[in-house]
Design a protein around this ligand. Structure first.
Ligand SMILES: O=C(O)CCC(=O)C(=O)O
Length: 214
């Protein structure tokens, strides 16, 4: 895959590892029931992991339907339904650390490759991977820094985050019910970005009417 990779010249090429203590985490309430936690530099060795994923993942383009029109999604994606099939062992370690920290079992992965500033994802919420009233959705950034926006589903100004390589953005509470998120186009951006969405089959199941969780 010939994506442009622009490593941070100041970070040493090294082992991929996560901060299991989430020491740099900054938790921000969005409203009374929704929140975001940003964990700068959560993953060390982000450049190494980016390069391995850019090369090893079978990235695919997909057509989507929007307002009855079929369009080619402006990014490439890949899905790993079993964590055991993850394309790099560090992603299993990362999923386990997230599961331990947030009390949600992350057992599958959704990866996005934004080849450059013309790639993007529009406003959406994670309806299919989050069918519980409250969910916790961690998104790890590798590669280029892009804007990650959140805005209330009912309307209102957006809030911008600028996750860089190795940073984690975690959407929690009723974020997938009452907020939408996007990664807008960024003409002039040099380099590609990969985002790793840690998903949970528990969160993708509707709660049972009797209140049981499985
Ligand atoms: O790339 C990102 O940071 C967000 C990805 C996303 O929202 C999605 O794939 O549903």
């Amino acid at each position: 895959m010939g994506v442009l990779w622009q490593p941070d010249l100041f970070s040493a090429r090294g082992e991929v590892a996560v901060d299991a203590e989430f020491r740099t985490g900054r938790w921000t309430p969005l409203d009374a029931r929704s929140w975001v936690e940003v964990v700068p530099g959560w993953l060390a060795g982000a450049n190494e992991l980016f390069q391995r994923l850019a090369e090893a993942v079978p990235w695919q383009a997909h057509y989507r339907w929007l307002f009855r029109q079929r369009f080619l999604e402006p990014r490439l994606t890949a899905e790993y339904r079993q964590l055991a099939d993850a394309p790099h062992p560090a992603l299993v370690v990362a999923a386990d650390a997230l599961s331990e920290h947030y009390g949600v079992r992350y057992d599958n992965l959704w990866l996005n490759l934004y080849r450059g500033g013309e790639d993007s994802t529009g406003w959406h919420r994670d309806r299919f991977s989050c069918r519980r009233p409250e969910c916790i959705v961690p998104v790890l950034t590798l590669g280029a820094t892009r804007r990650f926006l959140l805005k209330p589903r009912a309307g209102g100004p957006s809030i911008a985050f600028h996750p860089s390589a190795g940073d984690l953005v975690v959407m929690g509470g009723r974020c997938q019910e009452e907020w939408v998120h996007s990664v807008p186009k960024a003409p002039g951006t040099m380099g590609a970005r990969i985002s790793v969405n840690f998903q949970s089959s528990e969160q993708a199941r509707r709660p049972r009417p009797d209140g049981a969780t499985s």
